[in-house]
Ligand binder design. Structure first.
Ligand code: NAD
Length: 460
């Protein structure tokens, strides 16, 4: 991001070329309280509609997203760097998600009846008021949608503050929704932490935040005085455990894909790999073989599998972690060569341990760190030796892997697969990876105030 005091414009930079993709106008921080008041006024009429009526208003946006998927996908890729197929895929996933999730949200917040012999109780899921949605850059359309959609359908007004790295795609997404929504129900604030801080301090009722743990902690502290409600989805350091009885071919394919996808810039990227010593050599051989096929380059090149890092600061953080680890005894089993610009070669480190920063702090880059383990106990202890707890994966015979999975402290654990649950499951981080949920009925209800009305039973 580049801002200049004179023009107060925010430039969006292509991380593959360092060229300007476009710009948006930065929201002056002192205008934010007025934006919040405007949202509050608009929310009044919006809250009077039923969830089904609100869903009918929003539904046409799904078709617009689908129609514009190629064009929006290209913008997403230019701004964020991920391969074009993944950029277009993210837009399409939002279009499908929007179409499918509306009914799920309506059902999740329908009144519930709870009766016993003494009373009859109805549970309502009412809107909370004005929601601030503050989002990161790594899934620059999907992350806003995960918050904006349930917040709106449940009757709140929303102020979206997207990442300063990806303002254009967030702006395009918000405009598609604004075109169908009543004026003021959804507004967008552009800028960086200055705008984020003022929004958090403003008169909003709930802050839904996805981003780093460090910023999540700041938001939690800043929102304490007004007792604002919070949903925090934060960073992680996800482990992958490969047991002695795992399908090693499948484990290596998964490890490569889940470590290097989006250049490692995914909250549930595999950041630590623990492999049983009896299968370690075979696994490492296959992981290297798999990784060799990953072409690094601009997301706009059709053969690219691994795009650039979002910016130089993120690249430097990754390189520093690798250098520190190597100094402390880690071996580079693949990659590790210098690359120009914001690119980082997919790299495999072995002989790593938990005295190294790279096994403790979030990397958010294309580095596979492989530690050999002696037995299951050690795998569990090392996997849980983290302050985080978003996702984890275990590869092995199902019953064996399930038994290991139940000992892990992460919120979402995949067995012989990635972390996400079946449809309707929440997206949930444990420990310092989050507070509350996204997605699924449990996630949707986070945007509601629960109220109950109870009447005595006639005969009680
Ligand atoms: P970040 O925390 O730096 O920024 C996120 C957002 O917060 C941006 O919009 C930023 O402008 C804003 N912000 C910064 N300081 C603020 C402040 N003091 N008050 C209010 N807002 C502020 O994160 P990032 O670099 O954009 O994204 C990467 C991080 O997001 C990683 O840690 C990743 O693991 C995490 N993430 C988590 C999930 C999840 O589901 N748990 C999903 C995606 C990304």
């Amino acid at each position: 991001m580049k801002t200049t005091a004179k023009t107060v414009m925010l430039e969006s930079i292509d991380p593959a070329t360092d060229q300007v993709v476009g710009h948006v106008t930065v929201t002056p921080p002192d205008s934010i309280p007025e934006i919040v008041q405007h949202a509050r006024q608009a929310q009044h009429a919006w809250s009077k509609l039923t969830p089904a009526q609100r869903a009918d208003i929003i539904r046409p946006a799904a078709a617009t997203l689908e129609e514009q998927a190629e064009e929006l996908g290209e913008l997403l890729t230019r701004e964020m760097g991920k391969p074009l197929a993944e950029g277009v895929g993210e837009v399409r996933a939002c279009a499908h998600g929007l179409a499918e999730e509306l009914d799920e949200i309506i059902q999740a917040v329908a009144p519930q009846q709870l009766d016993d012999e003494n009373s009859s109780t109805t549970l309502y899921h009412d809107p909370i008021g004005v929601v601030a949605a503050i989002t990161p850059w790594n899934f620059p359309m999907m992350m806003p949608q995960w918050m904006v959609l349930p917040a709106l359908i449940t009757g709140n007004a929303v102020i979206l503050k997207p990442s300063e790295q990806t303002p254009l795609i967030a702006d395009a997404y918000a405009k598609i929704l604004m075109d169908v929504l009543p004026e003021g129900v959804l507004q967008i604030v552009h800028g960086a932490d200055d705008q984020g801080k003022v929004l958090v301090d403003s008169d909003v009722d709930l802050i839904a935040f996805t981003g780093s743990r460090e910023v999540g902690e700041k938001i939690m502290a800043a929102s304490a005085p007004g007792l604002k409600r919070l949903i925090l989805e934060l960073g992680s350091k996800d482990p992958l455990i490969i047991l002695e009885d795992a399908d090693i071919e499948a484990a290596a394919k998964y490890a490569a894909r889940n470590t290097f996808r989006n250049c490692g810039q995914v909250c549930v990227s595999t950041e630590r790999i623990y492999v049983h010593h009896k299968v370690a050599d075979t696994f490492l051989g296959k992981l290297v073989e798999e990784t060799r096929s990953f072409v690094v380059g601009s997301g706009m090149e059709p053969e690219t599998i691994v795009g650039p890092m979002i910016h130089a600061e993120q690249k430097n953080h990754v390189i520093q972690q690798v250098e520190q680890a190597v100094k402390a005894g880690a071996k580079v089993s693949h990659g590790g060569h210098e690359m120009p610009g914001n690119f980082v070669e997919p790299t495999i480190l072995t002989s790593v341990n938990h005295d190294m920063d790279i096994m403790i702090r979030e990397t958010f880059g294309p580095i596979a760190c492989v530690q050999t383990i002696e037995n299951d106990r050690q795998a569990v202890d090392l996997a849980n030796d983290t302050i985080y707890g978003l996702g984890a994966s275990v590869f092995g015979k199902t019953s064996h892997a399930e038994q290991i999975a139940r000992q892990l402290t992460a919120g979402m654990i995949g067995i012989n697969k990635s972390v996400g649950g079946s449809s309707g499951s929440p997206w949930v981080g444990a420990r310092k990876s989050g507070l509350s949920f996204h997605k699924g009925p449990m996630g949707h209800r986070q945007f509601c105030q629960v109220r109950l009305i109870s009447t005595p039973k006639e005969n009680s």
